[in-house]
Structure formats: structure tokens, C-alpha cells
Design a protein around this ligand. Structure first.
Ligand SMILES: [Mn+2]
Length: 385
């Protein structure tokens, strides 16, 4: 499943006509779609306390009852015969085959991608008509789902009372589609949608995209900047003249304030640093297989292996005239040499390194980079196949 998930559609066409603009149904998007995870395996994950999961029962103790995992065998045994949905978050972190689905999304920046959520529903199962704040590709993996698609909704749209879920109380249906295994529905942010399982074993894989809100961008970036500033840097007005009225906040005062704001906001290298950290930040603690004290000890362990990016890891890089930084799981790795930069870009693109990348006398910088990425859990040693 390494080709694009857009099927017959050219990625360029998709970006111009549909991305963030309008819904799209892609029939049989994969050449030969294989189920990347079994429903039983998802139920198993929902028993694990490290995994975030939910069950939604339409006719539960209350309408649209929401239960939060981890669950037990008894939870599943006590479910009604129909109209329930199990949702498991970040399945790509736990199941490598699910992670590989992301490879089909090479036409978008990887740092825009969020974790993969998978839902399994019994006949009639649904989470109700709603909208999301982000773009989502809904891949039908098993069974059938009947989708109703509506117009764009927002925070002011009326919601159903008496449930924790955000369900639209008024939902207008503009389009309807029945999705079968291998079909994909793309929805831009805000588009109302309602998917109802047709028959049991309805599995839908949802690939969502991260988009920080303006609020988050402003708050987090200014926090990041503010943490680096000494208290001694102050509003200064050595050019002050006698005010016409001592109570007036004049244009010059605002100019001085704007100059301060601009000075910090226009620092693109700081902006890149903050954004790289932010977009590669992990939601789950990384498991580190083994630590190596030196390149020598690592090299022994590397014989006959490749190095793979951890399925839970997030990588990105930023290069401009002044610097090259690799970001991995919220850490930054400045790369000065072109060979190190090449390795960093290769990792971002292909998620794997081969022996030729470190054999033949890797430079000290390459050695340090690989060693640090392994010791922090961003890379792991993979048996050669
Ligand atoms: Mn949704």
C-alpha cells in the first residue's frame, strides 16, 4: 500500500479542487486493499490502559451513551446486539500495518497528519451527525457504512442536549453514499457527516490532520519566546516628548509596542524552532528498546540490520540559508554537514536507513545523530528482511 490513496485522481487535482474545499468519494482507492488490523485486535487494544478508547451506545443508559476505556471483557460481553461503536485512538502507534497506511498520503506534509483512529461498529452503529475541526479521510476497511454528508457547520450550530457527544440536532443531508472496503471519503473541516454501519463488522479507519488554532499558535509561540526573554528587556521611550494631554496613549506608544511584537514575531528561525518542536511533539511516551553508550557498541548491534523510524515517532525538518534542523519527537537536531542533512531528509521521506548510510566511516556528526535518535527512541534497530 505504498502508492497514493487517491486512486485515479492526480494529487495536484485533489489539492486544487478538493483539499480543504469540498468532500470527495474515492472508490477503490487502493490497488488491492488488505485489512491492516482485525476487529478483535482493536477490542484487545481497548483493554490496554495505555490506549485511548471509547464506546458509544446509541440507545444506552442515556441516549448516545459514552463510555471511556480501558474496557474489560465484560464490557464487550454486555454490549447490546446492535447500534454501538468502538473507537480506538492512535492505532498507528500500536499496529505497524496501520502505520503503513500513512505512506499513501505522501502528497501532504507528514507533520500535518494526526494519529489514526479506527472505529468498529455493529449494525446501525453511529456516533451521530456531527462535524470535525479538521480534514479527515475515512477509509472503509471492512463491512459497509452508509454516509450522509451535509453542509458546513460551526460552533453556533445547534447541538443535541443530554449527551457528552457533539451531535448536531439539525442536520441537512446533501449527499449519500454507501462505502465498501477500499473506498475512501474525504471531508474538509466543518462538513457535517453521519455514518451508519450497514450490517455488523463495520470498520472505518480515520486519518485526521492536525491544524493548530490561531489561539494555540499565538499562545504557544509567545510562551516559547517569552521563556527566553530576560526581565530587563522593557518598553523604552527615550524619544518621549511632552504630551498634549498626559492621559493620552498616543501613536508613538503603539508604534513602540508594535516594534517589540514585530521583533519577536518576525524571527523566522525561532518560529521554525517552535513549530518543529510543536508539530513533532509526542502524545505518548516513547519506549526505548536499548541505550548505547558509544558509536562503537552501537555499530556492533547494527550488523545485518536496518534502522527504522519508530511507528509512534514524528519527524520533520527545516532548512534555510542559515541552518538545517531535524525535529524528532519534540527534540531538535541541528545538522551542519551535507551528509547529515541528506540522512535527515532521507529519514523524513522514507522512514528507514540502510547500512550504506553509516558504514564506510560515518562522520562524527552522523554518528552522533544516529546514536541520539536511537537512544531517544525515535529510531529502532530492525532486522534486515
Ligand atoms: Mn467525524
Amino acid at each position: 500500500m505504498t502508492s497514493s490513496i487517491l486512486g485515479q485522481i492526480e494529487p495536484n487535482d485533489f489539492l486544487q479542487k478538493y483539499w480543504q474545499k469540498k468532500p470527495l468519494v474515492i472508490r477503490q482507492a487502493f490497488n488491492d486493499f488488505e485489512l491492516p488490523v482485525e476487529a478483535d485486535e482493536l477490542a484487545g487494544l481497548a483493554l490496554d490502559e495505555e490506549v485511548e478508547s471509547r464506546i458509544i451506545i446509541e440507545k444506552g443508559k442515556i441516549p448516545w451513551e459514552l463510555k471511556r476505556g480501558p474496557f474489560t471483557e465484560e464490557t464487550f460481553a454486555s454490549l447490546p446486539p446492535s447500534h454501538w461503536t468502538l473507537l480506538v485512538q492512535a492505532v498507528d502507534h500500536w499496529v505497524p500495518d496501520v502505520h503503513h497506511i500513512l505512506e499513501g498520503f505522501d502528497f501532504l506534509p507528514s507533520w500535518r497528519m494526526d494519529d489514526i483512529m479506527i472505529s468498529v461498529a455493529s449494525d446501525g452503529g453511529s456516533v451521530g451527525p456531527h462535524f470535525d475541526q479538521y480534514d479527515v479521510f475515512l477509509i472503509q476497511a471492512e463491512g459497509k457504512r452508509h454516509w450522509q454528508i451535509g453542509p458546513v457547520y460551526d460552533a453556533s450550530s445547534p447541538k443535541l442536549e443530554g449527551t457528552e457527544l457533539h451531535i448536531l440536532s439539525e442536520f441537512e443531508v446533501l449527499e449519500e453514499h454507501v462505502m465498501e472496503p477500499g473506498d475512501i471519503l474525504y471531508l474538509p473541516p466543518g462538513v457535517g457527516h453521519n455514518g451508519v454501519a450497514v450490517g455488523d463488522n463495520c470498520m472505518t479507519i480515520s486519518v485526521g490532520f492536525r491544524a493548530p488554532s490561531h489561539r494555540e499558535i499565538l499562545m504557544q509561540y509567545t510562551d516559547f519566546i517569552a521563556d527566553q526573554l530576560p526581565d530587563s528587556m522593557r518598553y523604552a521611550d527615550s524619544d518621549q516628548t511632552i504630551p498634549a494631554n498626559k492621559g493620552e496613549i498616543d501613536d508613538k506608544a503603539l508604534d513602540r509596542l508594535q516594534a517589540i511584537l514585530r521583533e519577536h514575531i518576525e524571527d523566522r528561525s525561532k518560529l521554525a524552532q517552535w513549530f518543529g518542536h510543536q508539530m513533532t511533539q509526542l502524545k505518548h511516551e516513547q519506549e526505548v528498546d536499548c541505550q548505547f553508550e558509544s558509536w562503537g557498541t552501537l555499530l556492533e548491534a547494527l550488523s545485518g540490520t536496518t534502522l527504522a523510524v519508530n511507528e509512534g515517532s514524528r519527524l520533520a525538518f527545516r532548512k534555510d540559508n542559515e541552518q538545517f534542523i531535524l525535529f524528532a519527537d519534540g527534540c531538535d537536531y541541528p545538522c551542519l554537514e551535507s551528509v547529515t542533512q541528506f540522512i535527515a531528509m532521507d529519514l523524513c521521506k522514507n522512514n528507514v536507513l540502510y547500512p550504506e548510510d553509516w558504514e564506510n566511516q560515518a562522520s562524527a556528526e552522523v554518528q552522533t545523530l544516529i546514536l541520539r535518535l536511537i537512544n531517544s527512541g525515535s529510531l529502532y534497530i530492525q532486522e534486515m528482511y
